[in-house]
Design a protein around this ligand. Structure first.
Ligand SMILES: Nc1ncnc2c1ncn2[C@@H]1O[C@H](COP(=O)(O)OP(=O)(O)OP(=O)(O)O)[C@@H](O)[C@H]1O
Ligand SMILES: [Mg+2]
Length: 284
């Protein structure tokens, strides 16, 4: 637990937990809310949890604390405080378009894939971190702005070569599933693979090497154009792996939190394998 005044977020805007009306629960700890004293304002609140399988929200707060980090990354709008001014959660502005799983009827645009890789390039090269948990639920579409937006940074990690490779395979699986709506390929591999701390290694080659991907989603151009763009981006990024300067994301709100909220995520166990990192609670 951290009191707002003791943290680096001391001068940020806030809202009271008691002043929130819950409109919808995305997950048990992520809620769409309106402010009781300003019902027009819709926010998505993510509450702090001690369940480390859910990632470290202080890490997410530290990444998102800079105003408009990138057009495809939502900054924190305000912090949510309980009675004694301790922080119980953070809020971002609501993106009504929802995530890629919410609306499978939407026509997915090649420009959104380009925005995804641009946002990842920014995280990798500029911030020195990987998102660490890319899948369809963590990618939102802001239809009004015609922009893809990333959410859920609680599993972010330093951009080591292995973590970068994992991120590339995660993008491949995500785009494969988006285009084909084939979630079985991944499920089968998960069932047949060993996992450590909820981290599975999947063989990405099995989908990369398919001569064609069956198209079941609506796309604004040929599926082959998506694959070609993705292949070339990954090829180029593999050639520049060593120019990324990895930086460990901060995992605490202030120095007095050290030891209480610090958490080391498990390192990936399968170096050299084309793998994807999946949390055990991953759901479609
Ligand atoms: N700003 C936002 N606008 C619209 N939807 C959002 C926003 N932020 C989060 N969501 C939705 O809430 C869901 C859960 O949020 P998020 O991915 O950050 O938490 P999570 O760690 O996956 O949740 P949990 O740990 O409780 O499983 C997302 O998949 C997304 O659909
Ligand atoms: Mg999520």
């Amino acid at each position: 637990m951290a009191y707002l005044a003791d943290t680096v977020f001391a001068d940020w805007p806030t809202a009271r937990y008691a002043g929130l009306n819950v409109l919808h629960q995305f997950t048990p700890r992520v809620h769409l809310v309106q402010l009781a004293d300003n019902p027009e304002t819709r926010l998505v609140v993510k509450y702090i949890t001690n369940n480390m399988m859910k990632g470290n929200i202080w890490k997410e707060m530290n990444i998102l604390k800079r105003q408009q980090l990138h057009p495809s990354i939502l900054p924190i709008d305000r912090f949510i405080l309980h009675n004694n001014n301790y922080i119980v959660g953070m809020a971002t502005k609501f993106v009504p378009g929802g995530n890629l799983n919410h609306n499978k009827n939407r026509t997915f645009k090649l420009k959104w894939l380009k925005q995804l890789t641009e946002a990842l390039d920014f995280l990798h090269f500029d911030q020195g971190i990987v998102h660490g948990d890319l899948h369809m639920d963590n990618i939102l579409i802001d239809e009004a702005a015609d922009r893809l937006v990333l959410c859920d940074f609680s599993m972010a990690k330093e951009a080591t070569e292995q973590n970068l490779m994992d991120e590339f395979w995660s993008v491949t699986w995500t785009i494969y599933e988006l285009i084909t709506l084939d979630f079985k390929a991944e499920e089968e591999q998960v069932q047949n693979s060993q996992h450590q701390y909820g981290v599975y290694s999947l063989n990405t080659e099995s989908i990369e090497k398919l001569p064609s991907w069956p198209v079941r989603a609506k796309l604004d151009c040929d599926a082959e154009a998506f694959r070609k763009y993705l292949r070339e981006w990954i090829k180029m990024r593999k050639e520049t792996l060593q120019s990324v300067k990895a930086r460990k994301p901060e995992t605490m709100a202030n120095s007095s939190e050290q030891g209480r909220s610090q958490w080391e995520e498990p390192t990936h166990g399968c170096h050299g394998v084309q793998s994807r990192t999946i949390r055990i609670n991953y759901q479609h």
